[in-house]
Design a protein around this ligand. Structure first.
Ligand SMILES: *Cc1c(COP(=O)(O)O)cnc(C)c1O
Length: 386
């Protein structure tokens, strides 16, 4: 009899846990030790040392992350940007090019356009919704294709199944930043992606109390990237490993609730006369609604929208909200609200923001775990003030 693979809810609790339990401890202890007794290792990368990403807390959280995305291996990193930079520096060398989706996370966009060129690595941007245009951007030295599951802040969903297919046909490594969906809603390795990346700061940990990241995917690639990360020094501290590990155990219940609440709130906003536009892949009005419904368990907890009256009205609305905190970042238990033009996309030239469709009055909401009814009541009164 073949043993059936447990569902993600079960993997989040049990995968990666040490058996037998260490001294019977039901919760994996924190191994607060920088170095470990020499055990005859003959490779530098096998010495047990926090920076080498192989202490018991790293191993356990790595196994859990791999299991929940249905991948061979995973690596926890010191931040989402540590994961992204280690992947790109580990897999690309001077003379190589990559294809990347337009409208990337700001830090990723800046790393690709400002830091990678000094290593001799150049980018060609693609429209992730139009695979028929990708071939024209390929060069003999293109090595990698990079996309995001749901883009920030417009919540676009590109042709996510075309990416791994295109990568296979053209000998590229396919990489996706899966932060906005989380493995509860979408598991890229199951759809043929070579690597999936996360800012663990967001949904994976879910409590807005650490910065962390993850690289999930094929064994050989994760091993190569671990070696690069070992040299760059972006290891996750054991205490943060413990918190990420603890946060992961509740990912499924958090994400299911955040999916449901965000859909209720997106529908409320769409029906409100003072709201002129709502971007949420769970709404029938979203251009990729069918694609998202087919690929995702839920459309996640991120919504963006515009209120009538421009920037002044947007600021009045944010000021009048009493529950969501006005702060960047996302994916925590508390709702957060921002105006991307002044936070996540402040570094982008105004013309570039306009070209991508990010208006200065756009509001971005990360739906937390408050009662959806309370959030809707709060938005009702804040829209009156806007
Ligand atoms: C936050 C974020 C990152 C960067 O993660 P850090 O943990 O802040 O380094 C990367 N990608 C996306 C989509 C993000 O939201």
């Amino acid at each position: 009899m073949t043993k059936k693979k447990p569902r993600i809810e079960t993997q989040l609790i049990h995968a990666g846990e040490p058996r037998p339990l260490i001294c019977g401890a039901v919760s994996l202890p924190i191994f607060q030790s920088s170095t470990f007794e020499y055990a005859g290792q003959d490779s530098y990368h096998d010495l047990k040392y926090i920076r080498l990403n192989n202490t018991p807390n790293h191993v356990a959280v790595g196994e859990k992350l791999a299991a929940v995305e249905g991948a061979e291996a995973a690596l926890a990193t010191a931040s989402g940007m540590a994961a992204i930079s280690a992947v790109l520096l580990g897999l690309l060398k001077s003379g190589d090019r990559l294809l990347a989706q337009e409208c990337l996370y700001g830090g990723t966009h800046d790393f690709i356009t400002q830091d990678l060129p000094s290593f001799g690595i150049e980018v060609d941007f693609i429209d992730a919704d139009r695979p028929e245009t990708w071939q024209a951007k390929l060069t003999p030295t293109t090595r990698l294709i990079y996309v995001e599951t749901i883009t920030n802040p417009l919540m676009q969903v590109g042709d996510l199944l075309a990416v791994p297919a295109f990568a296979r046909e053209n000998g590229l490594v396919s990489v996706i930043d899966n932060t906005f969906a989380s493995p509860f809603n979408f598991r890229p390795p199951e759809h043929g992606y070579d690597l999936s990346l996360h800012s663990g700061t967001k949904y994976l940990n879910g409590h807005s109390d650490i910065v962390a990241g993850a690289v999930v995917g094929k064994n050989d690639l994760v091993e190569r990237i671990t070696r690069t990360l070992n040299h760059l020094g972006g290891a996750l501290d054991p205490h943060a490993c413990f918190l990420l590990h603890r946060g992961l155990k509740t990912l499924a219940v958090r994400m299911a609730r955040q999916n449901d609440s965000a859909l209720l709130i997106a529908r409320f906003l769409e029906g409100h006369p003072k709201v002129v536009r709502v971007n949420y892949p769970g709404l029938e009005s979203h251009p990729a609604f069918e694609r998202a419904r087919h690929l995702f368990a839920g459309a996640s907890g991120m919504i963006s929208f515009e209120v009538d009256g421009g920037v002044a009205a947007a600021d009045r609305f944010i000021d009048a909200c009493t529950l969501p905190i006005s702060a960047p970042s996302l994916g925590g238990v508390e709702s957060l609200i921002t105006r991307p033009a002044t936070t996540s996309h402040a570094g982008m030239a105004p013309e570039e923001r306009r070209r991508l469709g990010i208006s200065d009055s756009l509001i971005r909401l990360s739906v937390g775990l408050e009662a959806a009814e309370d959030l809707i009541e709060d938005f009702t009164q804040a829209l009156r003030a806007a």
